[in-house]
Design a protein around this ligand. Sequence first.
Ligand code: DGL
Length: 259
Amino acid sequence: MNKQPIGIFDSGVGGTSIWKEIHHLLPYEQTIYLADSINAPYGPKGKQAIIDLSIKNTELLLKKNCKLIVVACNTATTNAISLLRKQYGIPFIGIEPAIKPAALNSKTKTIGILATKGTLTSELFHTTTSLYSNGIRIIEQQGEGIVELIENGEINSPKMTFLLETYLNPMKEANIDYLVLGCTHYPYLIPQLIKLLPKRVKIIDSGEAVAKQTKAVLKKEHLINPLTHKKVPKFYTNGHPEVMESLLGNDLIVDFLKF
Ligand code: DGL
């Protein structure tokens, strides 16, 4: 079983930011990435719709023989991971906004979080946030429209700049010193966010932590691939392969797959 692939899914191209961290830390693991771009964004959908799509993605990755699945989507994690863990007999790794390190290190006691509606309204997000929000002001902002622009290949567009300025201004006025990126699409915006935010604001996401957790669980479950040659990763999208290829770089190939 340890030679089987790791499956990774997201509502679209955003989870490739997590794939990069996993591939960097675990270069000898075979990875299969699914981008459900045709159904993006998941953020505005209701909990049941997010669960149904997460089940569909999981079952496809199981058919492809995955030994572990990384839910590289905050929205799917916060709404569906507990059910996936109950329903399927393999380990699942999820991603949640990094509220804890931001809240613990904030000097202005004010942090910002940019995430989807689905994440910000989820029970899991509220439970985690309430553990660390004592004495901390959290400015929550739904990133409406951002995922759509990234999926359309409009990452560096005037429309994106407008949205980011609109969403960041209240945070700047509130004097945040940490911005938590609570959606796996958003790390691709870091160069733009740095330009728009004051220097004191640190931007954090959970990608590296997810990769470390993936490695820890593989070790614990004796699932580390013993074959130490680099594997060619597989990427599938039901949307536009070229948008994903441009985000991945390094001449990586993305295949179209109907699912
Ligand atoms: N990349 C996703 C996340 O981390 C989903 C965004 C969306 O589809 O709305 O939340």
